[in-house]
Design a protein around this ligand. Structure first.
Ligand SMILES: NC(=O)c1ccc[n+]([C@@H]2O[C@H](COP(=O)([O-])OP(=O)(O)OC[C@H]3O[C@@H](n4cnc5c(N)ncnc54)[C@H](O)[C@@H]3O)[C@@H](O)[C@H]2O)c1
Length: 330
């Protein structure tokens, strides 16, 4: 198979839905006819396909994501699984620090645009949203956040000093729009029709459902491809909208995705999770997160303080960890 298929399905830029499904299907059987015996899945689509199309293979193990919870909630999950996204050293690092750098990389490579002084509207204030917002603010954008239904995220965002409101109030003010929610239908026709001229619209959340590209393709007067992954839609109002990466993940479409150091955290998690699954654990133990983080400290020249036996006893901990209870929120 092409190395890109084995490496990461999302890396083939501009692929059709059929090609995407084809790529996923290539990972089910090896060339010698042997089927998979574990699933390592980013997004849950392979897990879904195996459940629906290849249920005969489901006597082994598998992983990942919102999709996984849906399958589990419906009582349809037929294999033990670990959601690696739940591990602290994935979600609080890849999602936060990874997107923090790769969002800007994508916007800059696509548009060469000055961010300072612009108004950025960011939908979602989860881990990805927080990373993106910090980066946009760092470049001097005035950031408005639309965190939707979650009052905790809304309060957090307000106390960080951001303007927090609804998309309905924000969309006419923005110059740059970033969706980060994992939810569908964040930016719709009613928004595109009234956005400022040459607003930049992009998504770094779920694969391709946050921005209503069908509406844009059906209702704009003209679409001009500026360069690969950058399209300028001429609206009937006379204004234009610049869409990056066809509404798919801007950091993969317009840049190279996350940097290798952050991916090392995520991949270490995936490997440790697979070893745990092979040993039949169904929960990702917190100690593994500490192991992943510890493995990355030397590279950054970070030194750890050791707990003395007396201190450890006082805190009721083991000197070697885990250092936090399961319910601790980093
Ligand atoms: N592009 C990348 O490289 C990359 C990396 C990591 C994660 N992701 C994806 O980004 C998405 C978000 O991940 P996360 O870790 O931030 O998740 P999260 O759950 O921490 O945050 C998502 C936030 O979006 C909010 N939200 C949901 N629906 C909304 C709506 N309709 N309007 C406004 N806000 C809404 C939720 O309240 C939540 O706070 C996921 O789909 C994830 O797979 C992408």
């Amino acid at each position: 198979y092409p190395s890109s298929v084995l490496w990461n399905n999302y890396n083939i830029k501009g692929m059709t839905d059929e090609e995407y499904v084809w790529c996923i299907e290539q990972t089910i059987y090896w060339k010698d006819g042997q089927p998979l015996n574990m699933i390592l899945d980013d997004g849950g689509d392979l897990t879904n396909m195996v459940h629906k199309k290849y249920p005969i293979l489901l006597s082994g193990t598998g992983p990942n994501h919102h999709n996984l919870y849906k399958i589990m909630k419906n009582g349809e999950l037929k294999i033990p699984a670990i959601n690696v996204n739940d591990s602290v050293t994935k979600s609080k690092f890849d999602n936060l620090y990874g997107c923090n750098e790769s969002l800007i990389d994508g916007i800059k490579q696509a548009t060469d645009m000055m961010i300072a002084g612009k108004v950025a509207v960011v939908a979602g204030y989860g881990d990805v949203g927080k990373g993106c917002i910090q980066a946009l603010r760092g470049f001097g954008a005035r950031v408005i956040i639309t965190p939707s239904m979650d009052p905790i995220n809304a309060l957090q965002a307000a106390m960080e000093g951001y303007e927090v409101t609804t998309m309905e109030e924000a969309f006419m003010e923005g110059n740059i729009f970033v969706t980060t929610t994992g939810c569908e239908d964040l930016l719709l026709g009613k928004h595109f029709e009234q956005m400022k001229d040459d607003s930049i619209v992009c998504n770094i959340g779920h694969f391709d459902c946050e921005i209503d590209m069908n509406w844009l393709n059906a209702n704009s007067a003209k679409k001009i491809n500026i360069k690969p992954q950058v399209d300028r839609y001429h609206m009937k109002s006379g204004r234009n909208i610049i869409v990056l990466a066809e509404g798919r993940l801007v950091n993969l479409g317009c840049a190279m995705g996350h940097l290798s150091f952050i991916m090392s955290n995520s991949f270490t998690n995936q490997v440790l999770a697979q070893i745990e699954l092979w040993k039949n654990t169904s929960k990702y133990p917190l100690g593994l997160d500490e192991e992943v983080a510890a493995a990355h400290l030397d590279k950054l020249g970070v030194k750890l303080t050791k707990l003395s036996d007396k201190q450890a006893k006082y805190l009721g901990l083991n000197c070697e960890g885990p250092f936090k209870p399961d319910h601790y929120h980093y």
